[in-house]
Design a binder for this molecule. Structure first.
Ligand code: 4NP
Length: 163
């Protein structure tokens, strides 16, 4: 069966999307499903191109025993042809990716990550994973918790759709 390719996208590709990628890979590996999926991440901007994820992203993942080898890169038009699913971390990112999607007549499914968060609050109508870049370590822990449960539910969704 063809591998399902999943791309996680945020602004800088050093905080949220590499953490989502790491958690997604961790959970598909734990479930013995790693042959079925390919995951990557990218940013809308190129400010951090070539860098490892933010030290705080790597630290919170390391606390849970999860590696984060991702190197930052900017999203490119061909991603919209190559990836089956594109999961965006916030509305502004989602809008940019949808524009690329429309101009390329892409067949990727472009979704918001928190559509898969079972604990999304009523006060969070924009389905955003809060940007932790200018915040403290607690903000990174919160992002971890959001992405952990969202990735698990996203994987359940994929497994039910692609049996
Ligand atoms: P991310 O966080 O989009 O989750 O990677 C940010 C990283 C860098 C910047 C903004 C957000 N920045 O402005 O450089």
């Amino acid at each position: 069966m063809e591998q399902i390719k999943v791309l996680f996208v945020c602004l800088g590709n050093i905080c949220r999307s590499p953490m989502a990628e790491a958690l997604f890979v961790h959970h598909v590996q734990s479930a013995g499903l790693h042959d079925r999926y390919f995951a990557d991440s990218a940013g809308i901007g190129n400010w951090h191109e070539g860098e490892l994820a933010d030290a705080r992203t790597r630290a919170v993942l390391q606390n849970y025993g999860i590696a984060c080898p991702s190197v930052a890169r900017q999203i490119r038009p061909r991603d919209l042809s190559e990836f089956h699913y594109i999961l965006n971390m916030e509305q502004a990112v989602h809008e940019q990716v949808l524009k690329m999607h429309q101009s390329r007549q892409s067949t990727s499914q472009v979704l918001l990550m928190r559509q898969f968060d079972p604990q999304i609050g009523e006060l969070e109508p924009d389905y955003t994973v809060p940007d932790p870049y200018y915040k403290d370590d607690d903000a990174f822990e919160l992002v971890y918790q959001i992405l952990d449960r969202s990735c698990l539910h996203f994987i359940q969704h994929l497994e039910s759709k692609h049996q």
